[in-house]
Design a protein around this ligand. Structure first.
Ligand SMILES: *Cc1c(COP(=O)(O)O)cnc(C)c1O
Length: 401
């Protein structure tokens, strides 16, 4: 017999993926003009991006990027602890700590890298990591990397999280949750989780990738929206890749926890620091995200408009007060068919399938931006209604379940 063939297994997996309508494809954008995304010669209205405040192409952000690139060049040339740490990185860290009223912040290459590094740095194989089942993949990967005992509770079930913490009282524990769940759009019961963490002597780690700039006073995020004090959120992840329109991420919280992350996170220690010009651009984006209340209000008025009309049409909306508005369809083939039909009508709305969501819960994931016009949202709803009706007919006829 001998060794099984890796190539043969990969070919088999590829064929299975095709058959299950689960193969993902890359599509390149030629040009982006706000919410108009040019691909293969046509403009698609973008309802797929996480640029909630429309900062990815904001003139002030681009100007900051160019100015800093002219002054400091392209790369940071080294890891932070070698010679790559730049005063622009420091300014960005200080600005975000000030915004969130936290003692300290640490800049990472991306949110994914930060979550890997935070959990790996804080926990050992003797510890416990309790997480929501629907947490982002990088929180799970971080726990795996740390070697800690990982327990996952049913979505948003605080009582179950409590049972999991109490089941291992001899282990130091981290309780980690998304603040806004990225494929569902709902907000975690952060206050209750903070109370639980306090009662069980665990550290609460909140991943607010989708909340920063979107929720709360001055856009300080989901915890601030729920009225939590800064000492109730000892450690948070904020990405620069969503509402701030850029790339990179910050871990923000108490001096002791951020220091432990700095000393131990391998995805911080052993990677090149972000280009300083990226930090300068993020600083410009941060000032707008913090200060431009009109932009935030416009986003929230779009969310309300979309939900009101979608409910009137009877669309299968999930409960979400965030820019993430999923429409649950269940079947992979149907989600793909509706997404393809929407693309034909000029709307980019991605079909999200396993493994990004549990099996049988394929969905359309619509994201809204302050850049959208009211009329564009209205047209999307008309397009959705038509696409959903026609896909129902097709799947009834073909028996495609
Ligand atoms: C997008 C996302 C991340 C990853 O952030 P990046 O900066 O894109 O790597 C982490 N957590 C959650 C909940 C996210 O949605």
């Amino acid at each position: 017999m001998g060794r099984p063939s890796l190539s043969e297994r990969l070919a088999r997996q590829h064929a299975e993926r095709e058959a299950a309508h689960a193969r993902r494809r890359l599509l390149a954008v030629d040009q982006r003009d706000g919410v108009c995304l040019w691909r293969e010669g046509r403009c698609l209205l973008d309802f797929a991006s996480n640029d909630y405040l429309g900062l990815a192409q904001h003139p002030a952000v681009i100007a900051a990027l160019c100015e800093a690139a002219n002054a400091h060049g392209f790369g940071s040339t080294a890891a932070h602890l070698v010679s790559g740490h730049h005063r622009l990185h420091v300014q960005l860290e200080e600005a975000i700590a000030d915004w969130l009223e936290q003692p300290r912040a640490l800049l990472f290459g991306s949110g994914y890298l930060a979550n890997l590094g935070v959990i790996q740095a804080l926990l050992t194989t003797d510890d416990l990591c309790v997480q929501d089942k629907l947490n982002h993949a990088c929180l799970l990967d971080g726990a795996r990397l740390s070697g800690a005992q990982l327990k996952r509770y049913p979505h948003a079930d605080v009582a179950a999280a409590g049972r999991q913490l109490r089941s291992m009282p001899a282990r130091a524990a981290l309780l980690a949750t998304d603040a806004v769940f990225s494929m569902d759009g709902d907000i975690a019961p952060l206050r209750e989780l903070a109370g639980l963490a306090r009662a069980e002597n665990a550290v609460l780690y909140i991943d607010d990738a989708h909340g920063l700039g979107v929720h709360g006073p001055q856009g300080r995020g989901s915890a601030a929206l729920l009225g939590m004090r800064s000492d109730e959120t000892p450690l948070q992840l904020l990405t620069l890749g969503k509402a701030l329109g850029g790339y990179g991420a910050l871990v923000v919280g108490s001096d002791a926890l951020v220091e432990a992350v700095l000393q131990g996170a391998r995805s911080y220690l052993f990677t090149t620091a972000l280009p300083p010009a990226m930090a300068a651009a993020s600083l410009a984006a941060l000032h707008i995200a913090r200060g431009d209340e009109q932009r935030r209000l416009r986003l929230h008025s779009h969310i309300a408009r979309f939900r009101h009309a979608a409910n009137q049409l009877g669309l299968p909306l999930l409960e979400s007060a965030t820019p993430i508005q999923p429409i649950l369809l269940g079947d992979n083939a149907r989600a793909l068919a509706v997404s393809a039909r929407l693309a034909d009508s000029g709307f980019l709305v991605p079909a999200i399938r396993p493994p990004s969501v549990p099996a049988g819960q394929a969905r359309l994931r619509i994201t809204l931006s302050a850049l959208h016009e009211d009329t564009q949202i209205d047209r999307l709803l008309e397009g959705l209604d038509a696409a959903l009706r026609s896909s129902k007919v097709t799947s009834d006829v073909s028996g495609h379940g």
